[in-house]
Each structure stands twice: as structure tokens, then as C-alpha cells.
Design a protein around this ligand. Structure first.
Ligand SMILES: CC(=O)N[C@H]1[C@@H](OP(=O)(O)O)O[C@H](CO)[C@@H](O)[C@@H]1O
Ligand SMILES: [Mg+2]
Length: 542
């Protein structure tokens, strides 16, 4: 390590004094103008991680669903998964080191992690369409280069595409070809094979409206469209030619406001979906004959996918263990339906896909989704091998089911939740089962719910347990929540500090929208009083 050169270069990407940031639920996020030093330093860290794992490491420059002025960065580990927790700590440490301490921190990390500094390093970089992303990714490259790492800059990519590229490169192409063409071909081939078997193939209802949040999803879907157009026709909205990224559109807006995005008309009987700003989340929706808006969120997506997989397993006569992983934000009705009607085991983890992903890896087949639409399905290596073999050996109905499973495994992006891949999975399942979006929605009825945010002086005063469903501190808060919940029917509420925003999140559900709103408001007041609320007291806003 040429520490002298690093110090000199680091000064060109100086840390604003007094700024501390933490590697949170999805890496670093902040206003773009505060992130230059973070990008340079994450370039350095990616090189160390690459040397340590002797693998290609990914760096993605994006702030997902955050406003256009924000940006962020996260590292992608060798098999396309999120950065290991111990390295998240190194990332935070390095990000917050003062200029004069940079050398010591780098040496410390290298020693603690036994990094062989003579090892080669390779880093791949991707970025979203934010105006700040290009310059910031250049700072990542500066960091990589100054530590002697090699790099490949993919330029504009969706977050899940970068995860895919990293996995392909570290598995010698077994997972797929590490190019955009490779990604498009792998998914489209699986999709076209699957939908060929649908009885209503060629039906005019096989078209979907996609709100792309004015983000990278629009570019990448346009690029990919011609590969799968025989199976599905997509109509893109909020494609970035006019509107602002994530502004009044996109998956996060639609999910949290429970209404259609601007820039796209949702007519009766039309199937619509929204991606978020980096295309790793998707939610579906439609309007009924009375013009009422219906949201189909991650929970219902997980239900559709797991029921389809379960049917196929039954058909081929294999009893593999299949589970669904959710977070505390999952609608109570979805958990009940999965457990009681579908008889599928359900697990609850902390918020943040890395937690869901790890839990899902424990099973033969793990389907995981956050309610906000971030998720995928994971298949163990042994299951993949077995299904491939059955697809070759079995005949008739069983053979057909095994081939469907084989294709659906290829259609999922198993490295991360992926809006494009999930959309194709959902479209294939709906076509194969001959389901309309209304029939899918009717599987169960969501409990009315409300999410609110409360500003407090220091959100770390709230600590939680039981997959974030219970507050341990501050004293008295959980008792207060328990008392409030008792006042409403079929109710549930919890609070947790956000990992991506400086707020405390409040969630409540109950038997009516009025009750859910009122419970959420009362819990917000309890947080404000007991956890050091700042600014105006929460007002009933619905
Ligand atoms: C309630 C909610 O939707 N929280 C989101 C949000 O995390 P917070 O820690 O709640 O800010 O952003 C994460 C990253 O995108 C996502 O994984 C998570 O589900
Ligand atoms: Mg995202």
C-alpha cells in the first residue's frame, strides 16, 4: 500500500469536517454533495475486500427511492450478496476517519482481516441515473486505482443487475454471462420458455403498464424489451424523459401513499406496476370497475410466487422445504393466509433485505419479500441440480412441471430483489395460471394499515427485539404501545429507528382504516413523548 499516495489523493476527496455517516440498511445515503469522500473511500475498501476474498467486488452508486438530490453507495460481496456485517463496520470506520487517521484505519482493517496486500484486486462499478452519479462513481474509481485495483465500469445499471454481474464473474459464468446481453438473454429465454406453455399465449391481455420512477429501470427495460416481446408487451411511463426521479411516482410513492403515480393513467382492467429508482423493488396495482385503487404489495407477490412453487413441487412429487420470509411490516392478513391456508412456514426477520436473504438461504426454497416489494426466491444448489435432473427424466405432466421449475429458477435473480426479473416471474405465473390481477388480489384482504414517521433528537434511544416487533428502550414505550393496541380490534403496532432516514418509523394495522390511522397517531405521540421528539408534536394527518 502506497500510504503516501493515498493520503495525497484523499485530500482531493476531503471529508467535510464534523460529518459522520453510517453504513446503514442499504449502505451510505446522504445529500449527494456530502458523498465525494465516501465514494473515494469505498473504492479503497472495495479493493481491500477484493484482495481478502480473492474475488470481484461490486460498488453500486445509487440512493434507490430517495429524492434526486440524494445519493448513496453500497458494496456487493462475491456471490452478489450484501456486504458482510464486519465489513460494514470497517466501512463506517473508514468513512468517518479524519484525513490524518486514514492511513491508520486502512492498516488496521488490513491487519484485522488478514488482507494479503500483494493479492490482485478487481472491482466492478454501476450507477443509477441521478445527475450526481457519474461524478461520484469517478471518485470510486479514483479510490480503486490509487490502491492498485483493476476495475470495470458498467456505467448505467440497475442495482440488481450489478449484483448479477458480480455473481457471474465469481462463478466463472455458471450463473450467467457478466454482460447486459447475458442478463437479458438469461431472463428472457426462461420467460419465453415458460410462457410458451400458457394456454392463453398471444392473448391481448398480456400487456402491462410500467411506471419506471423516472429512473434506470426505464432504460434497462427498453434495452431488454426486444428479447421477450413475444411473451409480453410493456408500456413504459415515467421513463425519465420529463419528470424528476422518484417524484410523485415509483414503487415507494405508490406503496406509501396507496395511490397511483402521477404520469400514468390507471384504467379499469389494466395491470400496472411501479419500479423504484434503482429497479430493485416492484409493486402491482389496478383500478376496479368503481374506479377504486387496489395495491398489490410485496406480501401478495410472495404469496403468488410461493403458492405457484408449492403447486409445481406437489405435481412433481417432491417434498422440499419451502418457506416465506417477511418482516414486521408484512400485513397480518398475508401471514395468516400463508400459515393457515397455504400451510407454508413463515419467518420474520429484521428490516433490510440482507436479513431476509440470509434467513431464506437456510431452506431448500426460500421466498422473501419486504412489504414494499423488494424480494426474490432462493433455491439451494442441491435443489437446482435435482430439478434439472427431473426436468430431463420426467415425462408428461410431471415433466412439464419440472421444466417450469427449471425455467423459473433461471428467471429469478437470486442475488437480489430485481424489479425486472420479478415482473417477468409474476407475468409468467399469471399467464400460466390464467389469473387476472383481480383474482390474484382476492387471495386475501389486507388489514388496513398506516405508516408514520416521527422526528426525535437521537433515534438510537429506541432499541428493539423480536425482529423489531418490541421496543426495549426507552423505558415505558413498549408498555404504552401495548396499552394502545388493546383499544383496537385485530390491531398490531411497532416502532423502530429507520436505517436510511433520520426518523423513527411507526407502523399500525387494525380492522378499519380509521382505527389503523388513529392507532398510528397515538403511537406516534407516545414516541414523541418518551423518545425525545423534536419539532412539532405529531398531528392526526388522515
Ligand atoms: C419500512 C420500509 O419500507 N423500510 C425500508 C427502508 O429501510 P428503513 O430502515 O426503514 O429506513 O429502506 C430499506 C432500503 O431500501 C428497505 O430495505 C426497508 O424495507
Ligand atoms: Mg431500491
Amino acid at each position: 500500500m502506497d500510504l503516501g499516495a493515498i493520503t495525497k489523493h484523499s485530500a482531493l476527496h476531503a471529508k467535510p469536517s464534523g460529518l459522520t455517516l453510517q453504513y446503514g440498511t442499504a449502505g451510505f445515503r446522504s445529500k449527494a454533495e456530502h458523498l465525494d469522500h465516501i465514494m473515494f473511500r469505498m473504492g479503497l475498501l472495495a479493493v481491500l475486500r477484493s484482495k481478502q476474498t480473492k474475488s470481484t467486488i461490486g460498488v453500486m452508486v445509487t440512493a434507490s427511492h430517495n429524492p434526486e438530490e440524494d445519493n448513496g453507495v453500497k458494496l456487493v460481496d462475491p456471490l452478489g450478496e450484501m456486504l458482510a456485517p464486519s465489513w460494514e463496520e470497517h466501512a463506517t470506520c473508514l468513512a468517518n476517519a479524519e484525513e490524518q487517521d486514514m492511513q491508520t484505519v486502512l492498516v488496521d482493517i488490513s491487519e484485522k482481516e488478514a488482507v494479503d496486500l500483494h493479492q490482485d484486486a478487481f472491482v466492478v462499478i454501476g450507477r443509477d441515473t441521478r445527475p450526481s452519479s457519474e461524478k461520484l462513481s469517478q471518485s470510486v474509481i479514483d479510490g480503486v486505482t490509487i490502491l492498485g485495483g483493476q476495475f470495470y465500469d458498467y456505467g448505467l445499471l440497475t442495482t440488481p443487475q450489478l449484483h448479477y454481474m458480480v455473481c457471474c464473474r465469481n462463478t466463472s459464468g455458471q450463473y450467467g454471462k457478466a454482460t447486459i446481453e447475458g442478463y437479458c438473454q438469461k431472463l428472457s429465454k426462461a420467460f419465453v420458455e415458460l410462457t410458451k406453455q400458457a394456454s392463453c399465449s398471444g392473448d391481448e391481455s398480456r400487456c402491462i403498464k410500467v411506471d419506471c420512477a423516472n429512473g434506470i429501470g426505464a432504460l434497462k427495460l427498453k434495452e431488454m424489451e426486444r428479447y421477450f416481446s413475444q411473451g409480453l408487451s410493456v408500456q413504459l411511463f415515467n421513463d425519465g424523459t420529463k419528470g424528476k426521479l422518484n417524484h410523485l411516482c415509483g414503487a415507494d410513492f405508490v406503496k406509501s401513499h396507496q395511490k397511483p403515480p402521477q404520469g400514468m393513467e390507471v384504467k379499469f382492467n389494466e395491470r400496472c406496476c411501479s419500479f423504484d429508482g434503482d429497479a430493485d423493488r416492484i409493486v402491482y396495482y389496478y383500478c376496479d370497475a368503481d374506479g377504486h385503487f387496489h395495491l398489490i404489495d410485496g406480501d401478495k407477490i410472495a404469496t403468488l410466487i410461493s403458492s405457484f412453487l408449492k403447486e409445481l413441487l406437489l405435481e412433481i412429487g417432491e417434498s422440499l422445504n419451502l418457506c416465506v420470509v417477511q418482516t414486521a411490516y408484512a400485513n397480518g392478513s398475508s401471514t395468516q393466509y400463508l400459515e393457515e391456508v397455504m400451510k407454508v412456514p413463515v419467518y420474520c426477520t429484521k428490516t433490510g433485505v440482507k436479513h431476509l436473504h440470509h434467513k431464506a438461504q437456510e431452506f431448500d426454497i426460500g421466498v422473501y419479500f419486504e412489504a414494499n416489494g423488494h424480494g426474490t426466491a432462493l433455491f439451494s444448489k442441491a435443489v437446482e441440480v435435482k430439478i434439472k435432473q427431473l426436468a430431463r427424466e420426467l415425462e408428461d405432466k410431471k415433466g412439464k412441471a419440472a421444466k417450469m421449475l427449471e425455467n423459473i429458477i433461471d428467471l429469478f435473480n437470486q442475488t437480489a430483489g430485481d424489479a425486472i426479473s420479478d415482473m417477468l416471474v409474476i407475468e409468467a405465473i399469471l399467464a400460466l395460471k390464467g389469473l387476472t390481477v383481480q383474482q390474484w388480489d382476492a387471495l386475501y384482504t389486507d388489514l388496513p394499515n398506516r405508516q408514520l414517521k416521527v422526528k426525535v433528537a437521537d433515534r438510537r434511544v429506541i432499541s428493539t427485539t423480536d425482529a423489531e416487533r418490541q421496543a426495549l428502550t426507552p423505558p415505558g414505550l413498549q408498555e404504552a404501545i401495548n396499552d394502545l393496541v388493546k383499544k383496537y380490534k385485530r390491531s398490531r403496532a411497532f416502532v423502530r429507528p429507520s436505517g436510511t432516514e433520520d426518523v423513527v418509523r411507526v407502523y399500525a394495522e387494525a380492522d378499519s382504516q380509521e382505527s389503523a390511522d388513529s392507532l398510528a397517531h397515538e403511537v406516534s405521540l407516545a414516541v414523541f413523548q418518551l423518545a425525545g421528539g423534536i419539532g412539532e408534536r405529531p398531528q392526526p394527518s388522515f
